[in-house]
Design a protein around this ligand. Structure first.
Ligand SMILES: Nc1ncnc2c1ncn2[C@@H]1O[C@H](COP(=O)(O)OP(=O)(O)OP(=O)(O)O)[C@@H](O)[C@H]1O
Length: 77
């Protein structure tokens, strides 16, 4: 699995506490990495991603992070 948003993992398998400008929320960052992998493997075609959390918890930041990691050539034909 890519680790560009989770910033790599501890030896115990969880995302680093501080990585890519994010603090905490390890499970959310790991989930975003999983989404990036699925998009790259073309397993999310025609699907949407719903980010749900209280205001200011990082939904926009995560969406921007995902788009930044994927770049502009997500689905070249
Ligand atoms: N885990 C985090 N680590 C560091 N900064 C964070 C984290 N989560 C959110 N932030 C920062 O907090 C601010 C608010 O985040 P963001 O705008 O992404 O939240 P949001 O969930 O989209 O908010 P809203 O629901 O109000 O639209 C941003 O500057 C973002 O970078």
């Amino acid at each position: 699995m890519t680790s560009q948003l989770s910033g790599g993992v501890h030896t115990r398998g969880s995302a680093l506490h501080l990585a890519s400008g994010f603090v905490g929320q390890a499970e959310a960052r790991e989930a975003c990495d999983l989404v990036v992998d699925m998009i790259r493997q073309k397993k999310m075609a025609g699907r949407a991603l719903l980010l749900a959390s209280p205001p200011g918890a990082g939904k926009t930041a995560r969406a921007l992070g995902i788009s930044q990691v994927l770049g502009s050539k997500v689905n070249p034909r």
